[in-house]
Design a protein around this ligand. Structure first.
Ligand SMILES: [Zn+2]
Length: 303
């Protein structure tokens, strides 16, 4: 078990206690742990000043409503998977890992695919991180324990992986994050430290939820688009084009079609990808070396 992942013993209020989240959002806890990025901070000020303006002079409500609508349109435009304007996001490994490439697999675990991915990784002496869906973690707990036993990490990819995830309110987002966090911790005994949003789309409300749970938002440097039927060679080309140390690569070990070779693309691509990483003098690693979110250390210390 990797020491840098924190074992889930019992978590305090405002954290994976979670399941507190089923009672709704803990706004006090969120405000305690969250330090907003400039764009959400400005947005919060705009909403507050708008409310004050309408309270002082009700006739200005159409102008205030127009401003707030523009603000929401702007926030929507910033939901791009790799945008850092709504809060911290990791698209490359830290500078302390100059010769490492992080392999990440989303949407599992899948009993038909994940064990074969594990065997391929073992064969190459590689490590990886698996962004698991909470509902799948509940169904395939033994498989997730095997992932951890073989030296990989399991991270949080929401509980149900709904396409509407990014449209949810604060309470809905928190339930998705916390339920998956608990399901994975129940299965493996280790609480994830990283989160990746379904489809990569981030809500402006996501960062405060992740701050409360001490989770880092992790996107990717390049992705293979391996959930689309097509030629595995194109998947490989997308992943290795410009391959360099600190890359975070995205593949999938769940929800996959069979590719042209009659197997899910990840199985056709992974041996060649691992060989290319080794040939470039790089090491395939998990996200275990990524430092914890700074607020997480503070939160733990304060509890
Ligand atoms: Zn996904």
């Amino acid at each position: 078990m990797n020491a840098s992942h924190r074992p889930l013993v019992k978590v305090g209020p405002g954290r994976s206690a979670g399941l507190g989240a089923d009672r709704g959002a803990d706004f006090g806890g969120i405000l305690h742990h969250w330090s907003p990025a400039p764009v959400p901070r400005a947005s919060l000020w705009l909403h507050g000043l708008g409310l004050l303006a309408v309270a002082a002079e009700p006739a200005v409500w159409p102008q205030v409503l127009g401003l707030v609508a523009c603000n929401h349109a702007l926030l929507g435009a910033l939901m791009h998977p790799r945008s850092a304007l709504l809060g911290p996001i990791m698209v490359r490994l830290p500078a302390s890992q100059p010769r490492a490439v992080a392999l990440t697999f989303d949407d599992g675990p899948d009993p038909a695919v994940t064990p074969r991915v594990l065997d391929l990784l073992d064969h190459a002496g590689a490590r990886a991180s698996f962004f698991a869906i909470g509902e799948r973690a509940q169904r395939h707990g033994a498989l997730l324990r095997e992932v951890v036993r073989r030296g990989h990490t399991v991270e949080n990819h929401s509980h149900r992986h709904r396409a509407s995830f990014a449209c949810g309110g604060l309470g809905a987002l928190r339930r998705e994050v916390v339920r998956a966090q608990q399901a994975i911790a129940d299965a493996t005994g280790v609480a994830p430290r990283c989160f990746r949003a379904p489809m990569g789309l981030r809500s402006p409300l996501l960062d405060p939820v992740l701050a409360t749970e001490g989770l880092r938002l992790v996107a990717w440097t390049r992705r293979g688009y391996d959930t689309r039927p097509g030629d595995p060679r194109r998947v490989l080309d997308r992943l290795v084009s410009g391959l360099a140390g600190r890359d975070i690569l995205l593949l999938h070990d769940g929800g996959l079609p069979n590719g042209a070779a009659g197997v899910p693309p990840v199985l056709a691509v992974l041996p060649a990808l691992l060989a290319r990483i080794a040939k470039a003098g790089l090491s395939a690693v998990s996200l275990a070396g990524v430092p914890s979110r700074p607020e997480a250390a503070g939160a733990a210390a304060g509890q």
